[in-house]
Design a binder for this molecule. Structure first.
Ligand code: FMN
Length: 221
């Protein structure tokens, strides 16, 4: 089993990349029964501190559990057939109390701060406490503050940047595409064709991106 490595807060932002990902969200009800559901609307909405948001139907177990207990875990799966199939099973509306862990063949791992477990088969995990929620049009937007983040130890470099070929982020195409996903790990940096004094990014993250891009180009040679 690959060891899960807890990341320091200054690396949480770079661990959730790209800034919107397919996710498996774990929650627990008041009596501790766990639940998994698939979410395509999961987005990192603040860098520092790190907050993650998703939108969910009002009647769903995830919604009820997250609002009742104030906790949820965002698990980011890697794009491969085996886990995408499990993502589809986890999205089936089982009755409350039916274990999606069992039905989908996924393994719970205790989280470090919150009650809902991590999913072992996902390489990245963000333990969240609900910061605020807002209901509109039969949906609820839930925003969580990340209180701990962990990752399979072979999926990040020493500075906490993801190794794209390992984390293999995925996006969901949306309900009208039914069971279709897009791989999202061909990361590439681009020049900013603007010569004025203003900059979009500066500081250590900019030089890190340049280093990652140099390494990527060197590999292509
Ligand atoms: C890939 C995928 C992404 C999904 N994304 C969302 C989403 O962002 N919001 C939502 O409300 N439902 C989404 N769903 C549907 C939920 O996963 C589904 O309703 C699930 O049964 C909810 O489970 P729960 O009642 O245990 O919380 C998605 C389904 C799939 C297959």
């Amino acid at each position: 089993m690959i060891k899960k490595q807890t990341q320091p807060p200054e690396y949480w932002d770079r661990l959730f990349a790209p800034s919107s990902c397919l996710a498996l969200i774990t929650t627990a009800d008041r009596s501790g029964r766990t639940n998994i559901a698939s979410y395509g609307t999961c987005t990192r909405v603040c860098h520092d501190p790190v907050y993650i948001a998703f939108t969910t139907g009002t009647g769903k177990d995830t919604t009820k559990n997250a609002l009742d207990t104030g906790e949820f875990v965002v698990n980011l799966p890697a794009f491969n057939r085996n886990i995408m199939e499990k993502v589809l099973v986890a999205a089936i509306p089982f009755d409350p109390g039916v274990s999606e862990f069992e039905r989908a063949g996924l393994t719970p791992v205790p989280a470090s701060i919150v009650k809902p477990p991590l999913i072992e088969e996902c390489p990245r995990h963000f333990e969240c406490k609900v910061e605020w929620s807002r209901e509109w049009a039969g949906r609820v937007m839930i925003v969580g503050k990340v209180v701990s983040a962990s990752v399979d130890e072979d999926c990040v470099d020493k500075q906490g940047f993801v190794i794209w070929e390992k984390v293999k982020s995925a996006h969901y195409c949306g309900a009208s595409y039914n069971n279709m996903f897009v791989p999202a790990w061909e990361a590439q940096a681009f020049d900013t064709p603007y010569t004025g004094p203003e900059r979009i990014f500066d500081g250590p993250d900019r030089s890190a991106a340049e280093r990652i891009e140099r390494e990527r180009r060197a590999k292509l040679k």
